[in-house]
Ligand binder design. Sequence first.
Ligand code: MN3
Length: 241
Amino acid sequence: MENGRREFLKAGALAAGAGLIHASGVFAAEAGPGPACALTDASGKFALPPLPYAYDALEPVIDEQTVRIHHGKHHAGYVAGCNATADALAAARAGMDFARIKALSRDFAFNLSGHVLHTVYWTNLSPEKTEPSGRLADMIKRDLGSLDAMKAQLSAATKAVEASGWGCLGYHPMAGALSVFQIEKHQDIVEVGAVPLLVFDVWEHAYYLKYQNRRGDYVDALWRIVNWDDVSKRLERAVAG
Ligand code: MN3
């Protein structure tokens, strides 16, 4: 596959989850420059990426037990769901039997989007103190008013997610612009075409052990551990792609 096509497919997969692509081989393409974000292992199977820090590294903002369960159980569950659904889709193609295609499409969109979002989420966080700079800082100011305005909008959007979902700062390659939006579950009301740069998980499993019903306190605290260098690398990669 030539590079432009592959980059397009990767960008599409990051943006819209599974809706566009149902071939696990596509996701085995090398991660390229920027942050490691491969969704699969060398065999092409979807795989759980290791955390880039210790389980207790995000204390006190996110407690060790929450990180262990979130990564080792929840994220791992979406990875397993990706593989199971990809296998079922491959079997459907082999047998030319698409009787279950609606359910399989929904399952793959849910699990793949969950895998993508959690993979971005873990690398978006760091115990190291960083600040937005360069193109990222310039584009935030140009497209979203100011850093404070962007943070206020993303915080408000994230806190206001109905039930389980995410807040997202995304980059639209077709518009060359940043956007803030909500995602319900892992794949609903997403802005199609956007590449996620910074995502805040507000499923209760992300915060309930420590914050209980205080979702707002958790979202406010997340800003203290944002890895702006990772957000910048994701933007640079998306722009170059
Ligand atoms: Mn989660």
